[in-house]
Design a protein around this ligand. Structure first.
Ligand SMILES: Nc1ncnc2c1ncn2[C@@H]1O[C@H](COP(=O)(O)OP(=O)(O)OP(=O)(O)O)[C@@H](O)[C@H]1O
Length: 254
């Protein structure tokens, strides 16, 4: 079964082809790491899938439906989860308020003067559980904008979890985090993996993170898909050794 598929997905910026005819399928219960050197097209590929960019060629299928022309918000509503950027959210609201709003949105609960949201104990409990999972319970009353970089990344993950998507897309989720903050996010992703109905895509530079989490690795290089397979096979392949890890054939990877 396939949740998500890109067919010959392509985008040109002027004369430069940032993503070049990438065909790939993503399945539930599988965490696919997307790796490749700087400028390989990983983030652009993510932006195409989540709808931040429109392709110049090819198509994207989600649950069998062609979503190539669907807006980013509609893709989110359909179940494609991409970590939010706090600038697009409510930076002056507290951590707790942000998570509650995301939970509320996921359950289709809108502002209702006759029924204050505080009566929805189930949704409040869900928001509290997510805050605990991302280890932000102690920061619940802090304005999102006042969080440390690491805590902001955790809040982004919390908001994505609150929306209960079918596909989770993580773009370097631990980038810029201090060493003691990293395990919280990695453990969260590992926990998400236990739900076999979820499809997880992870763009990641750190090979130790990729090794510990990935069921499969795809490699982008100059916008093209150059390798796709089990982590051990892909890491050992000559193209990854040379193009990505910068290791001459015949030598072993670190
Ligand atoms: N909006 C844009 N306009 C023009 N060129 C762009 C645009 N976005 C990306 N590019 C170019 O497309 C190529 C792929 O960039 P992208 O950010 O997707 O690479 P990446 O693999 O995510 O790199 P990194 O690992 O450094 O984040 C780069 O050459 C980049 O300069």
């Amino acid at each position: 079964m396939t949740t998500l598929e890109t067919r010959d997905l392509t985008i040109r910026f002027g004369g430069h082809i940032a993503v070049n005819c990438v065909s790939c399928t993503f399945r539930p219960g599988e965490l696919t790491a997307i790796v490749g050197p700087n400028g390989a097209g990983k983030t652009t590929y993510f932006n195409l899938i989540s709808g931040q960019l429109r392709p110049t060629g090819g198509s994207i299928l989600f649950d069998g439906a062609d979503i190539t022309q669907l807006s980013a918000p509609l893709r989110t509503r359909a179940g494609l989860g991409r970590a939010f950027q706090l600038t697009n959210l409510f930076p002056n609201l507290s951590v707790e308020e942000n998570v509650r709003l995301a939970v509320q949105s996921a359950h289709g609960v809108h502002y209702d003067m006759l029924r204050p949201w505080m009566t929805r104990r189930d949704l409040i409990a869900r928001a509290d559980a997510i805050l605990d999972e991302v280890a932000l319970g102690g920061r619940r009353n802090v304005a999102a904008t006042a969080l440390s970089h690491g805590d902001q990344r955790k809040l982004e993950v919390a908001l994505m979890m609150a929306l209960e998507p079918k596909v989770f897309m993580f773009d370097e989720p631990t980038a810029g985090m201090s060493i003691d903050e990293v395990p919280v996010v990695l453990n969260l992703i590992a926990k998400l993996k236990q739900d076999s109905s979820k499809t997880i895509l992870l763009v990641e530079h750190k090979m130790d993170v990729v090794r510990s989490l990935a069921d499969r690795i795809i490699v982008l290089h100059n916008g093209q898909l150059v390798a796709d397979g089990k982590p051990a096979e892909v890491i050992a392949s000559p193209i990854v050794q040379e193009a990505y890890l910068g290791i001459a054939p015949g030598k072993s990877a670190a």
